[in-house]
Design a protein around this ligand. Structure first.
Ligand code: HEM
Length: 415
């Protein structure tokens, strides 16, 4: 389905629930944006049970999403995890989420985030620069002679997972163990698509992660090393060090949030450039534009499409009164394409500035890994374009069927 026909279909729709139905439809991942625009026009603060199975509100305007992210009464806590609650058979996954920064109660969140930040310092990120460059050069060396690759499997997938595992202190030989766990965990956390198989795989993945990290934490306690895991174990405040549950939850979120997101952004960003060849040419001629290009790729098609917030008291968003305890589902991608904030929002403009996208969130939960993500994206993109100057599409790219974490399953190219 082309963007033009999706735009025509969306424009002809006048029931916001039908439009939301298409947005949530896993088969339509390539063509979200016309439907985001239509939902924003028809019902920008939209009450629905369709997204989470419970009364909730879907937000698509930039100003409203920004307001919800920064509002002092809005939280991301256990009520956001409740949408994943599938009863006793899915307990391990549900409980692991509660031990992550994303869903902790505010006071505990601020404490754990401060302790993680002591370990995950700007310096620890800066120190990765050389290694990131080395990894991407190696990945290109492997495919250079073949004339073809899948950007997702051969490039975007391997970089962030290797980087975050090396930072954490996960031995390289153990990496493949994470691949299935990470995939199963993302699928289990997909909005509105819980089924028995996903629950079972989600439990296996969560238990696998937990046992693995507990063992690794134990080894690091006995034999401290120069890595993030040791720094997390040693980080301490007046309440003492992090508990084992907090350590496991922190390793899990750093790994889970730290690789799929960057992989997906790199894949979709490369696709956006290949589909906008005049922009790709500008970037090839002026590699100095990489920083603004990366911000624009983050805005244009982001990997974290959904955030959730909820308030203890009724609050006003736009012209609607949101009752206490009802979850707001924030469509980040819709906010990033709101014409009220971004002129010509559907145009990819790698020199766009200012570019206040909300792809790394805002406020209390703003992305902890954004400087690492930016560094990986800058280096990966610059190296890809420099080493493979004749990169072109070589077949149909395919999106995964997920929405929460949007990304490509495959991006075949030749060069
Ligand atoms: C392009 C890549 C990335 C994108 C688009 C992204 C996006 C986001 C977003 C939108 C949030 C906020 C979620 C919310 O408010 O509900 C977030 C939080 C977070 N991100 Fe990222 N992220 C990326 C890369 C990374 C990396 C590389 C790491 C770590 C190594 C990381 C670690 C985290 C953590 C720990 C949080 C939770 C922060 C908190 O709740 O206080 N992210 N990310």
């Amino acid at each position: 389905m082309s963007i033009a026909s999706d735009t025509a279909i969306a424009a002809a729709m006048d029931d916001p629930e039908d439009v939301l139905g298409l947005i949530l439809d896993p088969k339509r991942r390539g063509s979200l944006y016309p439907y985001f625009h239509r939902l924003r026009e028809l019902s920008p603060v939209h009450p629905t049970e369709q997204a989470t199975g419970k009364p909730a509100w879907v937000l698509t305007r930039y100003a409203d999403v920004r307001n919800a992210l920064k509002h002092p009464d809005m939280r991301s806590d256990h009520r956001g995890v409740d949408v994943f609650d599938s009863g006793p058979s899915g307990r391990a996954f549900y409980e692991m989420q509660l031990d992550t920064l994303l869903f902790m109660e505010p006071r505990k969140h601020d404490r754990v985030r401060a302790l993680i930040s002591r370990a995950f310092t700007p310096r620890s990120v800066e120190l990765r620069e050389e290694r990131i460059q080395e990894i991407v050069e190696e990945l290109i060396d492997r495919v250079e002679g073949t004339g073809r690759m899948d950007v997702v499997a051969d490039y975007a997938f391997l970089l962030p997972v290797v980087v975050i595992c090396e930072m954490l202190g996960v031995p390289a030989d153990d990496l493949p163990r994470f691949y299935d766990w990470a995939e199963a965990s993302s699928r289990r956390g997909e909005i509105g698509q819980i089924n028995e198989e996903r629950i079972r795989e989600g439990e296996e993945a969560t238990n696998g992660y937990r046992d693995y990290f507990l063992e690794l934490i134990d080894q690091h306690r006995k034999q401290p090393r120069f890595d993030l895991m040791t720094a997390l174990i040693e980080a301490e405040d007046e309440e003492g060090p992090l508990s084992d549950n907090d350590l496991v939850g922190s390793c899990y979120i750093l790994l889970q949030a730290g690789h799929g997101t960057t992989q997906d952004l790199l894949g979709m960003g490369t696709l956006a450039l290949l589909q906008n060849s005049e922009q790709l040419e500008v970037l090839r001629r002026e590699p100095g534009a990489i920083p603004t290009a990366v911000e624009e790729l983050l805005r244009y098609d982001t990997s974290v499409q959904i955030s959730q917030r909820v308030s203890d008291v009724p609050i006003r968003i736009g012209d609607r009164e949101i009752p206490a305890d009802q979850v707001c589902v924030l469509f980040n991608g819709a906010a990033n394409r709101d014409p009220a904030e971004f002129p010509d929002p559907d145009v990819l403009d790698i020199t766009r500035s200012p570019n206040p996208h909300i792809s790394f969130g805002l406020g209390r939960h703003t992305c902890l890994g954004q400087s690492l993500a930016r560094m990986e994206l800058h280096i990966a993109l610059e190296t890809l374009l420099r080493r493979l100057p004749h990169l072109t599409l070589d077949g149909e790219p395919r999106y995964r069927d997920s929405l929460f974490l949007r990304g490509l399953a495959t991006l075949p190219v030749r060069f």
